[in-house]
Design a binder for this molecule. Structure first.
Ligand code: PBG
Length: 337
């Protein structure tokens, strides 16, 4: 990396960087990045039943809602101006099979939640995750035969899942499974079924991360996965160039937007992808990052409001256009103050 030519102290005392930092109005005036409610997507967990809510033990303040209560919660987000939510189901373990067929059941939890939200809040963006882990008896994102996560066979199921979610009325399908070639196959399948206007957001650079642990508790996939890991399909945290290759493939396969995940430990990836492609970039402030922050807050070690807003601002500075965060609702409220 080249050094900026002005790295010299010869300009002192004429140049004093602290001058513009003295007052709030001046800091506001020279601020380079701005966080707004328009940047936020709220990931939510949905469970069976009526008038039910269940806390997620490993995610302070996060609750899973039954469809009726979810609609109310989404309504609050809508009123705050949050553009979209992403839905994740806590599937009844009895419905999990090795062929993950619940993924394309027209009346599965995600489809019912999508219809209910769209019915009441048609202008709220609904994003649905594409991957088999909530439906798979072994907790993997793809079909498993003899311990191997199959690629091409999985894609067929993912295409059915995408069409099923589009039929229910979702606006964006977001494949998080990391199978090769799935973005193009899903695009073609949606188009053939008449869903040319359903957007696709690829979780293009998704790393095999330890920071997804609390999420797996929330959707109930951790028990099934057990000691297993997802290293044969999710990326190695040591790699950067590989993330660019992943995105360029998904660009070629017609994806509209690209996700990097996790978020804060991967800001270099966010930056490189934004610089290289100039396409809409999303970042996922994942469950483990959220829980670390909240655990520190609960211990009185961090100031919640400042830590939340600073975390989200850092995503903007790195180049993200869209931020998926469990803090979306509280951040939207803080931004109104
Ligand atoms: C699964 C999926 C995961 C997340 C979103 N979709 C977990 C995983 O890959 O095991 C993680 C989100 C989070 O940690 O907040 N397809």
């Amino acid at each position: 990396m080249s050094r900026p030519h002005f790295l010299t102290n010869a300009s002192f005392p004429r140049t004093r960087m602290r001058r513009t930092r003295q007052t709030e109005w001046s800091r506001r005036m020279v601020r380079e990045n701005h966080l707004s409610v328009d940047d936020l997507v709220w990931p939510v967990f949905v469970l069976e039943g009526e008038n039910r809510r269940a806390p997620v033990a490993s995610m302070p303040e996060v609750e899973r809602y039954s469809v009726d209560l979810l609609v109310d919660a989404v309504g609050e987000a809508y009123e705050l101006g949050i553009p979209a939510v992403e839905l994740f189901p806590y599937t009844d373990p009895a419905l999990k099979t090795s062929c993950a067929k619940e993924a394309y059941n027209k009346d599965n939890l995600v489809c019912r939640a999508t219809r209910a939200i769209k019915d009441k809040y048609p202008d709220m963006g609904v994003i649905t995750d594409i991957a088999l882990d909530p439906y798979n008896s072994d907790g993997h994102d793809g079909l498993v035969v003899d311990g191997v996560v199959l690629n091409d066979e999985t894609i067929e199921v993912l295409c059915k899942q995408a069409i099923n979610q589009a039929e229910a009325g979702c606006d964006i399908v977001a494949p998080s499974d990391m199978m090769d070639g799935r973005m193009g196959a899903i695009r073609d399948a949606l188009d053939a079924a008449g869903y040319q206007n359903v957007q696709t957001m690829s979780y293009a650079a998704k790393y095999a991360s330890a920071f997804y642990g609390p999420f797996r508790d929330a959707v109930g996939s951790s028990t099934a996965l057990g000691q297993g890991d997802k290293k044969t399909y999710q990326m190695d945290p040591a790699n950067t160039d590989e993330a660019l290759r992943e995105v360029s493939l998904d660009v070629a396969e017609g994806a509209d937007m690209f996700m990097i995940k996790p978020g804060m430990p991967y800001l270099d990836i966010v930056h490189r992808i934004k610089e290289s492609f100039g396409a809409p970039v999303a970042v996922y402030h994942v469950s483990g990052e959220y829980s670390m922050l909240k655990a520190a807050v609960q211990n009185g070690w961090l100031d919640n409001d400042r830590a939340v807003l600073e975390s989200l601002m850092c995503f903007k500075r790195a180049g993200a256009d869209i931020i998926f965060t469990y803090c979306a609702v509280e951040a939207a409220k803080l931004l109104q103050q």
